[in-house]
Design a binder for this molecule. Structure first.
Ligand code: AMP
Length: 398
């Protein structure tokens, strides 16, 4: 099957066409600056990227341009839209309604509209992507894959916030968790790569990218994760604060004469390693080189980031009463050997040892712990598009 994977943001859209039989990516790219001016990046497998500047007032023009590029006589990968067998959509928030991916139908669209309040920046954009694809590709089956779904197996003790229970019952305020497609994919890949039985395993996945979260996975099911009602909770991130005392919102609001939304804007966009480094950068490459040049703010920002990952891993080892494997993934997790080494240096007490040579390998699944390490530590590149493609095919084949 040829599956078009769509990941629609508010002003951008990422796409891939994957042959589900071979799992080869036939073409991929993104549309940027939708509603502003418009830029299409298209890349057929084996060829260079093509960049086209063109007006994209809405997601409809953007998706139409993607579909045209896919059918282009010279660089396209399909002759007509009839060759697209299915579309898999990334959807950020599925609330409590979706514990796994599901076929897009009127009921799902209604449920997504209901969940939109929980992810006001993301779900409306995801819904637009679904609607435009339905309009431009009528009759093509579509599947929604939720960032929250994998975490729906968390027990109440992990997902309930200790606030009056009626706010959970009335408004759905609880921990949902995000990056679920990645945590699910990486935990399965880790077990497969290490030759472990997923159904008898305790795995911690550290998805460390610009957004970052850790999850605890027992027998293939998520039992806890660090993000919450929204993706602002948990670890220190690129520009997000992660957990802070909730009183900070009122305290800072009074100092800066801002309302709660104004403070949340700071916690989302101006905090994390970016805020700690006085706005130097949210990119770990910049921070590492600044720290190497003696910039103390950059050094401390990196230390705070690593420390939060350490304490979260420690908490999840306790929650699971042990751990068999720890996997690192996403931009920082896959590429930053120094951070991995620093994080893991806090677990030598339990017999974890990192092999420096293996820790330097990039771009593939690799076990970075020594053979005599008590727990296997790996780098497992995530592939959310492939995970969405696999789910789409599995749901449609029933
Ligand atoms: P992601 O959100 O998964 O795309 O991750 C993006 C982040 O990964 C960037 O902001 C960088 O901080 C980080 N990153 C990417 N490449 C490297 C690298 N070679 N070394 C350290 N960090 C990296």
């Amino acid at each position: 099957m040829k599956v078009l994977v769509i990941n629609c943001g508010s002003s951008s859209l990422k796409y891939q066409v994957i042959d589900s039989d071979t799992e080869a990516v036939l073409a991929k790219g993104l549309c940027e600056r939708i509603g502003i001016d418009g830029r299409l990046v298209y890349q057929k497998a084996g060829l260079d990227k093509e960049i086209t500047e063109a007006a994209m007032p809405t997601h409809k023009e953007a998706i139409q341009m993607v579909l045209d590029a896919l059918q282009n006589e010279k660089t396209g990968v399909i002759k007509s839209l009839k060759e697209i067998d299915a579309v898999g959509h990334r959807v950020v928030h599925g609330g409590e309604k979706f514990a796994c991916s599901a076929k897009v139908d009127d009921e799902m669209i209604k449920a997504l509209e209901e969940c939109s309040g929980l992810a006001p920046l993301h779900n409306p954009a995801n819904l637009i992507g679904i609607r435009v694809c339905q309009e431009l590709m009528p009759g093509v089956p579509m599947v929604g894959c939720f960032d929250t779904a994998f975490h729906q197996t968390m027990p109440k003790k992990a997902y309930l916030y200790p606030i009056p229970i009626e706010y959970y019952e009335k408004y759905g305020i609880r921990k949902y968790g995000f990056h679920g497609t990645s945590h699910s994919f990486v935990s399965k890949e880790t077990a497969k790569f290490l030759g472990m039985d997923l159904n008898h395993s305790k795995i911690i996945v550290c998805h460390l990218g610009n957004g970052a979260s850790v999850s605890a996975v027992v027998n293939g099911k998520c039992v806890d994760t660090s993000m919450g009602l929204t993706p602002l909770a948990g670890l220190c991130m690129g520009t997000r604060s992660g957990d802070v005392d909730p009183s900070v919102v009122e305290f800072l609001g009074k100092k800066l004469n801002l309302d709660a939304s104004g403070v949340l804007q700071i916690l989302n966009k101006k905090s994390g390693v970016y805020g700690l480094s006085r706005g130097l950068s949210s990119d770990f490459r910049d921070l590492a080189s600044a720290a190497a040049d003696g910039n103390q703010d950059a050094k401390v920002a990196l230390e705070v980031f690593a420390y939060r990952v350490v304490t979260t891993i420690g908490a999840y080892i306790a929650a699971m009463n042990g751990v068999d494997a720890i996997a690192f993934t996403a931009g920082i997790g896959e590429n930053d050997k120094e951070i991995r080494k620093e994080i893991m240096s806090n677990f030598t007490y339990m017999g974890i040892q990192i092999d420096d040579e293996k820790n330097a390998v990039r771009g593939e699944n690799v076990k970075i712990s020594t053979d005599d390490s008590k727990v296997a530590v790996c780098v497992i590149p995530t592939n959310e598009e492939l995970a969405i493609c696999r789910d789409t095919v599995a749901i449609l084949k029933g």
